[in-house]
Design a protein around this ligand. Structure first.
Ligand SMILES: NC(=O)c1ccc[n+]([C@@H]2O[C@H](COP(=O)([O-])OP(=O)(O)OC[C@H]3O[C@@H](n4cnc5c(N)ncnc54)[C@H](O)[C@@H]3O)[C@@H](O)[C@H]2O)c1
Length: 270
């Protein structure tokens, strides 16, 4: 992947979905410190207003757009509003995502559909609305998917989330291949635990889902890196020209090796 000179981002435009909280808010703040103009998208209007006010008070040009990434029309409106206000997009971060806990057979169908709709559909709609405009502009641009370390691992009682992140990553890898001959580069952020509100907002079905959700709330608080550290890892990874960007490279390498060993050793999930 082409390395990004972060100094070139000054005066260009970043669009971040899920920007009202956690990693999305931190990525937006980091982009603002690099001198970028920000388009913040989220369906949490109050959170969006808070982050938008904070950034514009600090002198950043901001457009906040209320948007549900599961809805193609909302994301198309986001892309059109961005083009009208700022012109070409330099950086798109398809970051909005929701957690889900519960054994697969205990999940409510609506819950399952929502997780796939946000975590996979949101990425698809983002690509569909923005990439044609980027190609038409013909200038360098970067598309990032916030996947998860869960995109390359598996675990019980989080099947919908894990499946959605595997799908989001696969989609992102395919996109990178499709755009290989274009000025658009593609990257995947695969965070390990980050101390955000994601489990506080998570859907949880059944007693196993509740237990995992409570355990993960504590785990992220005690062991998660800060959202700022995740944002830093993203921009460091882009500056290094990486496709796979991790918040904890060492831990990721252990998990990747374990998965590769299971696949190549024809071993069952463990
Ligand atoms: N926190 C972690 O440990 C962790 C680890 C790996 C991956 N991730 C991924 O990072 C991304 C950001 O998560 P976070 O931890 O910052 O969580 P968060 O809950 O703090 O932020 C997620 C944001 O997405 C928004 N959002 C949810 N559904 C939306 C929709 N349909 N349309 C628009 N916005 C929507 C929420 O309102 C929220 O502001 C997610 O994709 C998540 O899966 C997080």
């Amino acid at each position: 992947m082409t390395a990004l000179d972060l100094r070139d981002l000054t005066g260009t435009t970043a669009v971040v979905t899920g920007a009202a909280s956690g990693i999305g808010a931190a990525v937006s703040r980091r982009a603002a410190t690099l001198g970028m103009r920000l388009v913040l998208a989220d369906f949490d209007g109050a959170g969006l207003d808070r982050v938008a006010a904070e950034l514009s008070d600090a002198g950043t040009e901001v457009l906040a757009v209320r948007c549900d990434v599961t809805r193609a029309a909302d994301v198309e409106h986001l892309a059109a509003a961005t083009a009208e206000r700022f012109g070409a997009v330099r950086l798109l971060v398809n970051n909005a995502g929701i957690e889900s806990t519960g054994r697969l057979w205990e999940l409510e169908p609506d819950h399952f559909d929502r997780v796939l709709g946000v975590n996979v559909g949101g990425v698809f709609h983002g690509v569909r609305a923005f990439v044609p405009r980027m190609l038409a502009a013909g200038t360098p641009a970067t598309v990032v998917t916030t996947a998860s370390i869960g995109a390359v691992t598996t675990m019980p009682a989080q099947a919908a989330y894990v499946a959605s992140k595997h799908a989001a990553l696969a989609l992102t890898e395919c996109l990178a291949l499709e755009l290989a001959e274009s000025p658009i580069t593609v990257a995947a952020l695969l965070p390990g635990p980050v101390d955000t509100a994601i489990y506080a907002n998570a859907g949880a079905d059944g007693p196993a889902g509740d237990a995992v959700r409570r355990r993960m709330l504590t785990f992220l608080r005690e062991r998660g890196v800060t959202p700022d550290a995740a944002a830093e890892a993203l921009f460091d990874g882009l500056a290094a020209g990486e496709f796979w960007i991790y918040t904890d490279r060492e831990r990721a390498d252990v998990l990747l090796r374990q998965r590769a060993d299971r696949l190549t050793g024809h071993l069952p999930p463990a």
